[in-house]
Design a protein around this ligand. Sequence first.
Ligand code: ZN
Length: 394
Amino acid sequence: MATMTEGPVTALPSLSNEEIARYSRHLLLPEVGMEGQQKLKAARVLCVGTGGLGSPMAFYLAAAGIGTLGLVDFDVVDSSNLQRQIIHSTKDVGRLKIDSAEEKLLALNPYMKIVKYNTLLSSANALEIFKDFDIVADGTDNFPTRYLVNDACVLSGKPNVYGSIFRFEGQASIFATEEGPCYRCLYPEPPPPGLVPSCAEGGVLGILPGLVGVMQATEVIKLILGQGEPLIGRLLLVDSLNMRFRELKLRKNPDCPACGTHPTVTELIDYEQFCGIPPAVQPGAALINGVPQISVTEFKQQRDAGKDYFLLDVREPHEFKIANLGGYLIPLGEIQKRVSELDTSREIVVHCKMGGRSQQAAEALQKLGFKKVQNLAGGIQAWSEKVDPAVPRY
Ligand code: ZN
């Protein structure tokens, strides 16, 4: 950052009269002014993800006059994204997110450059992509990418402007600066598989990423301007349900595996194998952690052929109301104390939304001595896709 805030003024790009008019409300702020606006124009910011957090982040960074904005995303717009990913519209469903985002950003501000990376960020490409940017803003929604972004920021010495959201709660901070802690100072290792529900399983209030993404954009702008007190060494916690903000002090951990005095993370790795990826994303596996997997088509065939399974649904009651397969509902958290309700005379097939929670439930039942338990791979989502499209997807 030092090079950006202390560089000679003459090296900064000049603003056209159109740009001066556009940014006049910034130019009137002594903390921004002409030089600050030129710094914004010179800045190169990478948005990892163009989803819930990336949408407001990229929108406001574009409006503010960031000169070069990189966008990384491999996904296409899905109708279930539109409740929160406001850079995309109904007509964009099925389009690449980076194309949809680019169109909106250039419509807002044609005086900027968009660099698109239509790829899944990985250990193989992260450092190569990061090298052309000054600041990385993390808008990812999963642990593998979050650890990857953090480690790549530590290794390349770029600030990681972090945000995350879950249900009604959000977090923001700035990691991986020279003086401050990194994400691994806080959480040294990724959580074990299946422990953390994904956004798709856990749900999120659509407005929340707007709140957190805008805080991230604010911190990016402040870092570029070198103004104010950045969120370095502070974790801001937002509880939108009760509208409370809290702040935790964070310290650099000398034993941190990434930025500590004897780091063990000296190159990038991919974390899929460690993280909360539901077994649903491993199609075709016959056995996961000792639990037999049954596909939705196979399950349908066997049921049609007269096999009488006990279908156990381990989702939450509010999900059951959205769509169900006529299973017996016991939410995952209540399995242990309600096993007596299970019909042990029949083979049990466990299902949830996508196959992650039901895998956990099946493993728990095996430990409790149930021998004939199978996991419905892909859950009710796969059922809707492959067997009965009349079952709504959510
Ligand atoms: Zn660290």
